[in-house]
Design a protein around this ligand. Sequence first.
Ligand SMILES: Nc1ncnc2c1ncn2[C@@H]1O[C@H](COP(=O)(O)OP(=O)(O)OP(=O)(O)O)[C@@H](O)[C@H]1O
Length: 125
Amino acid sequence: MRSGGSALSWRRWWRSAGFAWAGLVYSYRVQANFRIEVWAGVLALGLAVFLRAPLAPIGLACALVLSLELLNTALEALVDLASPGLHPLARVAKDAAAGAVLVASLGALLVGVTVLGPPLLALVR
Ligand SMILES: Nc1ncnc2c1ncn2[C@@H]1O[C@H](COP(=O)(O)OP(=O)(O)OP(=O)(O)O)[C@@H](O)[C@H]1O
């Protein structure tokens, strides 16, 4: 009984992971900003490995930016569904969501500069 229940949970987990993956693929295909952020993250993580800099802060900063960009995409889709025409509240929702991504991106830039800057400078000196 127990193993049957656990097999069912795993199947559910895989099903949910499949939907999440579909959301990631959709955002990568449709959102140019998401593509840029993915490759900026890959570059930053690659640099951190190369420079033997701490990976955790870079990884967390990348995860934060990408997660907020995904939420921004979800919110844009919802706003377009709920308000196909122009509406001041639709503008507020989209602008605030975009603002969240901007704040996280600036934070990630700060993390990148403070974590990768010193070892990069030491390398070129
Ligand atoms: N239904 C709407 N009503 C009022 N203003 C809107 C509406 N849709 C979009 N806007 C305004 O246009 C801006 C751009 O919206 P759009 O949906 O094109 O997002 P986007 O620029 O494609 O964002 P992203 O690059 O993240 O996909 C919004 O931030 C908002 O100011």
